[in-house]
Write a protein that binds this ligand. Structure first.
Ligand SMILES: [Zn+2]
Length: 182
C-alpha cells in the first residue's frame, strides 16, 4: 500500500492558512491595490466558492481584487492547497512525476505549476500567450532562411506584409513536400 493511500495530505491542509500564507507573502505590510498600488483598500467579503479568499475594494481607484488577483495562482482550476503542497514538495526535491502522484494530478499540470512556482509563489501571471508568435517565428526561419534566402531578400517589402497565414501554409507545404531541400 502506497503512502498516499494511508494519508491524504491534501485533506489535512487548512485552506484558511493557505490564503493567510499568500497574503503574508504578497503583502507583508497589508494589502495593496494591484492596479494603482494604493494601500487604501477595504475588505469586501469573500469569494463565492472559496470562503477564505478575501476580496478587497480600492478606495483610490475603486478597483476590485482578491488575494490571488494578478498572480499565477489565480484563474487555475487547482485549489490553492495544491499549489502550497506543490511548493512544499519542490522544497523536498521531489520530481514532477512524484508530485503528480502525491497530489493525484496530471503530470503536465504539475510541470506547469512547478515552472510557475519557480518564479515565485505570487509572481505575476504572464499577460500574453506566446503560442501564436512562436509559430510565426518558426515560419520565418523555415520559409525564409532555410528555404530560398535569395528569393526572400529580393522580394523584401511587399511580401513582408503578406498574411502570416499564407506564409505558414507555404512553410507547411515546403516541409512536407521537400523534406530534403532544407
Ligand atoms: Zn487602486
Amino acid at each position: 500500500m502506497a503512502a498516499s493511500d494511508l494519508i491524504n495530505l491534501s485533506g489535512l491542509i487548512d485552506d484558511a492558512k493557505c490564503f493567510a500564507l499568500v497574503r503574508q507573502h504578497r503583502w507583508p505590510e497589508g494589502a495593496r491595490c494591484p492596479v494603482c498600488g494604493s494601500g487604501a483598500v477595504i475588505r469586501d467579503g469573500h469569494d463565492d466558492t472559496q470562503p477564505y479568499r478575501q476580496r478587497y475594494r480600492c478606495k483610490a481607484c475603486a478597483g476590485r481584487f482578491d488575494d490571488l488577483t494578478g498572480t499565477v495562482l489565480a484563474g487555475h482550476h487547482q485549489p490553492l492547497r495544491a499549489w502550497v503542497l506543490c511548493l512544499y514538495f519542490m522544497g523536498l526535491n521531489l520530481s514532477n512525476r512524484q508530485i503528480a502522484l502525491e497530489l493525484g494530478l496530471d503530470g503536465s499540470d504539475v510541470q506547469t505549476m512547478t515552472e510557475q512556482l519557480r518564479r515565485g509563489l505570487v509572481a505575476k501571471a504572464p499577460e500574453v500567450e506566446l503560442t501564436g508568435e512562436v509559430e510565426i517565428d518558426e515560419v520565418y526561419v523555415v520559409a525564409g532562411h532555410k528555404g530560398q534566402p535569395a528569393a526572400v531578400a529580393k522580394r523584401g517589402g511587399s511580401d513582408a506584409v503578406a498574411s502570416w497565414q499564407a506564409r505558414r501554409d507555404a512553410a507547411r507545404w515546403r516541409r512536407t513536400s521537400h523534406p530534403s531541400s532544407a
